[in-house]
Design a protein around this ligand. Structure first.
Ligand code: NAP
Length: 263
């Protein structure tokens, strides 16, 4: 039993039809409505489609594999012309399964506590493009009072996304680290913020405390989706207990993708 999760683009819908008929020919049952007993999730689209599929289905344990019909498709392992080879290798168990670590934010407000989970990153920004001021603690050690557009806390797989565009480093997916990356940090006589990203061991907690003025004007972005919560006292970021699994056919493809898609 295989779930096929496609976005609505013409190319994705065509690919989805071709894939479905090839899988049925090989004796698989396919589902467009998410089946929790499936053995595999095949996501058709780009990275955006993959992120939505994971979040919409609440970070399922069923492994994912992606077919790229999007514009970048860094997460997506296969391209449409490789479908036959993919089915052949899947049937012959010729693949490995990798886990993807997720980042979690616990947000403490005057009223209640919220938990949010992301694949790529959780970013903290000011509303209306205002400068935000945040006290940054690593395991309760005060590091800086940040001033700037915002801070990104990225997972290793998210390191090639928003993190990379803001000057962060590429982190190999199996490394157990989070990356704290400033967005347009201010470093002047008035404010002192680190201008570069910091790589934080995965067992430490990053705590961000909006200074009083920003308690009601702090935006939280979870894989790009905006959320505005009121009366925020602090935000604690760490690795989540949740993980997702994905199928890998070729470990070297990471480096091929990095070169091919970014250089
Ligand atoms: P989106 O349009 O869905 O994605 C923006 C671009 O980021 C797309 O080209 C997407 O690839 C690519 N992308 C997503 N995850 C990636 C990853 N792990 N590695 C490499 N590239 C990746 O934008 P959105 O809906 O606002 O947010 C989704 C993600 O986009 C966020 O999690 C954030 O990381 C990223 N983003 C980047 C910037 C920036 O670089 N300035 C700004 C905002 C958001 P596809 O074309 O294959 O979908």
């Amino acid at each position: 039993m295989i779930n096929i999760i496609s976005n609505n683009d013409v190319k994705s819908r065509e690919t989805s039809q071709i894939l479905t008929s090839k899988l049925i020919d090989k004796g698989f049952q396919t589902f467009y409505k998410y089946n929790h007993n499936a053995e595999l999730n095949i996501c058709i689209g780009g990275d955006g489609a993959f992120l939505r599929a994971v979040r919409k289905n609440n970070f399922p344990k069923i492994p994912f594999v992606g077919i790229n019909t999007g514009s970048l498709g860094f997460f997506q392992e296969i391209c449409p012309k490789e479908i036959d080879d993919f089915i052949f290798r899947y049937l012959n168990n010729d693949y490995s399964t990798d886990t993807i670590s997720l980042v979690e934010a616990k947000i403490f407000t005057d009223q209640k506590e919220y938990t949010l989970t992301a694949v790529n990153e959780i970013s903290i920004k000011g509303t209306e493009s205002k400068v935000i001021h945040l006290d940054v603690y690593i395991d309760d050690n005060h590091l800086e009072t940040f001033a700037g557009d915002g801070l990104i806390v990225s997972t290793p797989v998210g390191s090639t996304a928003y993190n990379l565009s803001t000057g962060g480093s590429v982190v190999y997916p199996s490394l157990n680290v989070l990356q704290l990356t400033p967005i347009a940090a201010i470093n002047s006589q008035a404010y002192r913020s680190l201008l570069n990203s910091s790589i934080i061991p995965g067992n430490l907690v990053i705590k961000l405390v909006p200074t009083l003025r920003y308690k009601n004007s702090t935006l939280i972005l979870v894989d790009g989706d905006e959320l505005l919560l009121k009366n925020i006292n602090s935000i604690k970021l760490s690795f989540s207990n949740k993980i997702i699994n994905r199928i890998i056919f070729n470990k070297s493809r990471y480096w091929e993708h990095l070169k091919g898609k970014f250089l």
